[in-house]
Design a protein around this ligand. Structure first.
Ligand code: MCA
Ligand code: AMP
Length: 521
């Protein structure tokens, strides 16, 4: 066995790096909510210490997972920081998930602690106890619940747990093209290295350099809102104007006091629909960043015309954190609409064709990546992990793209059957699985079609068993009772048969073309 070197033994807990970046004046405001509630940097440190002490007092095993399905709140962010601090593994879950989805995540991840809202405590705790979880706490957006009650009795100092680069910090579940969701295991080094690269690449300003102010309007159970936004602000000591949900009017009201905004394309589309979005509103803004889904060139151009700002589009994944970005600093080049910019420092990105040959400039192929942000593997799925990596260690993203002469990467499609709706991923295979189980359904296909608000939305096309008359509205109602709301197809059609190719495979491209438009939601 290799003897650990001094560097490899150093405490590499991500929280240490975030904490070290807090401004000197800890009494300054770190987070301000839409209700005007303010948290100082000292508050963040003390409250996360109290929560970390609570977690530590539970005598959890090493590597214990802390599963959290709560509404967005500053306290939920503090719980994330506390989990890092105490050295456990954070497992955020979309609030829209319903019981079948939560049962799978809890069964698969076997968390030692589950935190849910009081409203869901009945069914979530039942699922958790059944799966062997010993501790279930509640946390509500109004700062009530057993988690904070218990933490209130804990000390507000906490020695940051010793963690190495390769130790897990978080598991982010991403759905699979076949079968159930996979938990992407992200380490302290994955998250910290990416956060440091983005801090420098996007020119985050330290308080002494004029201080950035971030409008945080994204959910905090996915990479974008939880890591890219929060780490960016904390690692530069920047204040966050915290919104519990995205409301375009709230954002516009805060723009004059802000310098940075991050959003999925739908947020930009909705902001453009507001008459209050003008040059005066954005006069102090430094940077608008978009990602998680393709930003339409129309949105990019309209934004430029209306605000005078050029949106910086970047590209990433739950498995890799951020991979590419358009430049911030002018000397690196222009921000080009329709592209996702250059591979970030430390990211090796290549494009290969189906035969595994690296393609030439402007030729299309599968995007493969390597770098410090690339995850450790899928939780308890070694075969799936092995399948998604090449022999020489590149991760196959499932995205299809090209690189132009100047080095800009453009994503032109996906080899994975995936719909990205308003920045959320929806896997047709999962929805089809549920529809196919419904009485009277012979088979189904779910396809993504263009949508002016969400970018893309799902449409379900299905056939009935002989002699059965299916009601599309009843199919949708039944899905709504089972699945997270953003996964529900916006339209549903019953047809005589699904188009197939010579191999018998459903031709989803034909369905996409045929059902591109239709009676709207
Ligand atoms: C809500 N609905 C949706 C979506 N959101 N339908 C399809 N796609 C969606 N994304 C539906 C609801 O089911 C409901 O339908 C109706 O729309 C209104 O719901 P509501 O909750 O009021 O919606 P909203 O509050 O307006 O939410 C829209 C939103 C939200 C703000 C765009 O979806 C959002 O915050 N998206 C951001 C997702 C995100 O952060 N992704 C980053 C992933 P009904 O009325 O029929 O019930 S991280 C990632 O992708 C990678 C790593 C990366 O690169 O960042
Ligand atoms: P997830 O890991 O579930 O958050 O989703 C990651 C996927 O989102 C990627 O594999 C891409 O398909 C997509 N994605 C992220 N950013 C962009 C972008 N700027 N443009 C196009 N697709 C994107």
């Amino acid at each position: 066995m290799q003897k650990p070197t001094e560097t490899s033994k150093k405490n590499r807990n991500l929280y240490l790096a975030l904490r070290a970046a807090f401004p000197e004046k800890l009494s300054d405001i770190a987070v301000e909510t839409e209700d005007g509630l303010c948290y100082s940097w000292l508050d963040l440190d003390r409250a996360s210490a109290m929560l970390a002490n609570l977690l530590a007092s539970l005598l959890l095993p090493d590597g214990a997972r802390i599963a959290v399905q709560v509404d967005k709140s500053v306290e939920a962010m503090l719980l994330y920081l506390a989990t890092l601090r105490a050295g456990f593994v954070y497992l955020p879950l979309n609030v829209a998930y319903q019981s079948a989805e939560i049962e799978y995540f809890i069964g698969n991840a076997e968390p030692s602690v589950v935190v849910c809202t009081s409203k869901n405590f009945g069914w979530v705790s039942q699922l958790a106890f059944k799966a062997g979880t010993q501790n279930v706490f509640t946390l509500n957006a109004d700062r009530t619940g057993s988690l904070l009650d218990r933490a209130a009795c804990c000390a507000d100092q906490h020695p940051v747990a010793h963690r190495l680069d390769d130790d897990l910090a978080a598991i982010i579940y991403t759905s699979g093209t076949t079968g159930r969701s996979k938990g992407a295991m992200l380490t302290h080094a994955n998250l910290l290295s990416n956060a440091e690269v983005l801090r420098d690449y996007w020119g985050w300003r330290r308080p002494q350099e004029g201080a950035d102010v971030l409008i945080h309007a994204l959910p905090i159970f996915h990479v974008h809102g939880l890591f890219v936004a929060i780490h960016g602000a904390l690692l530069s000591g920047s204040k966050m104007l915290w919104l519990s949900r995205f409301d375009p009017a709230w954002v516009i009201e805060r723009l004059p006091r802000a310098t940075v905004f991050m959003g999925v394309p739908t947020l930009y589309v909705r902001l453009l629909a507001e008459p209050g979005l003008d040059r005066a509103a954005v006069r102090n803004m430094r940077l608008f960043i978009a990602g998680s889904a393709p930003l339409l060139i129309e949105t990019f151009t309209q934004w430029q015309e209306r605000t005078g700002h050029t949106i910086l589009e970047r590209y990433g994944m739950s498995e890799t954190v951020m991979l590419t970005s358009n430049p911030y600093f002018g000397e690196q080049g222009n921000r080009r609409g329709g592209t996702v910019g250059f591979p970030l420092p430390g990211v090796s990105l290549r494009i290969r064709d189906q035969e595994g040959r690296e393609v030439v400039v402007d030729e299309i192929g599968g995007i493969e990546v390597k770098g410090a942000g690339v995850f450790k593997g899928y939780w308890r799925m070694p075969e799936k992990t092995a399948e998604d990596f090449t022999n020489d260690g590149y991760f196959r993203t499932g995205d299809v793209g090209r690189i132009d002469e100047a080095g800009y990467v453009t994503i032109v499609g996906r080899s994975k059957d995936l719909i990205i709706s308003g920045g959320y991923n929806v896997y047709p295979a999962e929805i089809e699985g549920y529809i196919n189980e419904m009485p009277g359904v012979a088979e189904s296909a779910v396809v993504g079609v263009e949508d002016s608000d969400f970018g893309e939305v799902g449409v379900a096309v299905l056939t009935a068993r002989p002699g059965v008359v299916l009601d599309p509205a009843a199919i949708i109602a039944s899905l709504k009772a089972t699945l997270a709301n953003f996964k529900i197809p916006k339209r549903c059609y019953v047809v005589d048969e699904l188009p197939r190719n010579a191999m018998g495979k459903v031709q989803k491209n034909l369905l996409r073309a045929q059902y591109r438009t239709g009676p709207f939601r």
